[in-house]
Every structure is written in structure tokens, then in C-alpha cells.
Design a protein around this ligand. Structure first.
Ligand code: GSH
Length: 163
């Protein structure tokens, strides 16, 4: 066992940490903590992540929250020069797209998915869903344009094993 624990039920942003751990072929323990008082807002969880949000990881005693800080950390730790870029510029690009995803895309996609698929139908608000679609249209154009020039945002390889 690597001593890695990933907290958060997979339908939350915890899937990002889980996806990265699986992509890297890591041994890890998954604690499928729920959102809210039954899980992430409990005193025990708040002692690990005072934000009361998911995901958080504990890696051999090292505690880290923020889903994309977690993906970058795991990739750098286990796949430096492979999934994680070895050059200064490559690393900066990985940060660029990660920070871009959080700053430009994350909120809009979250609101859209809540009102398109995740909330019970009677609680969905079509106006909020349409507004969210407008918000994510511009960054998705940027993404489409970047991917029109290259098959992947970083590098040109789809490795079978990243370690
Ligand atoms: N920027 C944070 C967002 C974390 C976040 O908001 N997670 C949601 C689940 S997807 C959550 O825990 N919500 C519960 C709450 O805010 O009480 C990240 O990417 O890790």
C-alpha cells in the first residue's frame, strides 16, 4: 500500500483524484465520504479538511485539498517526466490548463450539470442551466481551438503505463 487515502464519494470532484490514482496505477484506499453533515461537514472530517469540501487526500500523513492540486501532486510524485512534464515550460502548461479549468470552466459546468442531470427533475432550473451554458461557451471555444492543433493539450503520447 502506498499509504494514500482519497476522501470523497466518486460523484463529487473526488472523481478527479480517483481518476488520477487509477491512471497512475496507485494502490490507495477510497473513503466514499458524502457531502454535508453526514460526511464532509462532520467534526471528524473538518479536522482533516476545514473547508468541509471534497476531495481531500492524506498521503503518508501529508494532507492536501483542492482537486487539481491533488492531481498535479500525484502526477508529479509518481510520473515525473511521463504524465507530469519534466520541463519548466511543460509544467507551466499543466498548471495553466489546471488553473484555467478551475477558474473558467468548473463553476459553469457544475451549475449546468446540477440543473441538467444531477438534481431531481422538479428541482432543476432551466434558466440557470441556459445561463451556465452561455458562461462555458467561451472557454470551450478556447479548448476546441487548442485541440484543433494537437491531439492532446500536453504532449502527443497516450501511454499504457505512466510509471
Ligand atoms: N475547488 C474545490 C471545490 C470542492 C467542492 O466544492 N467540492 C464539492 C463536491 S464536488 C463539495 O464538497 N461541496 C460540499 C459543500 O460545499 O458543502 C476542488 O476542486 O476541490
Amino acid at each position: 500500500m502506498s499509504g494514500l487515502r482519497i476522501y470523497g464519494i466518486a460523484r463529487t470532484r473526488a472523481y478527479r483524484a480517483l481518476w488520477m490514482a487509477m491512471e497512475l496505477g496507485l494502490d490507495y484506499e477510497h473513503l466514499p465520504i458524502e457531502i454535508g453533515d453526514a460526511g464532509a461537514r462532520s467534526p471528524e472530517f473538518l479536522a482533516i479538511n476545514p473547508n468541509g469540501r471534497l476531495p481531500v487526500i492524506v498521503d503518508d500523513g501529508f494532507v492536501l485539498f483542492e482537486s487539481l492540486a491533488i492531481t498535479l501532486y500525484l502526477a508529479k510524485k509518481h510520473s515525473f517526466g511521463k504524465l507530469y512534464p519534466a520541463t519548466l515550460e511543460g509544467e507551466a502548461r499543466a498548471w495553466q490548463w489546471s488553473f484555467w479549468a478551475i477558474a473558467e470552466v468548473d463553476r459553469g459546468v457544475n451549475i449546468w450539470s446540477l440543473h441538467a442531470v444531477r438534481l431531481p427533475p422538479q428541482e432543476r432550473d432551466a434558466a440557470l442551466r441556459e445561463e451556465a451554458l452561455k458562461v462555458i461557451a467561451a472557454p470551450f471555444k478556447v479548448l476546441d481551438a487548442a485541440l484543433a492543433k494537437t491531439p492532446y493539450l500536453l504532449g502527443n503520447e497516450r501511454a499504457r503505463h505512466w510509471r
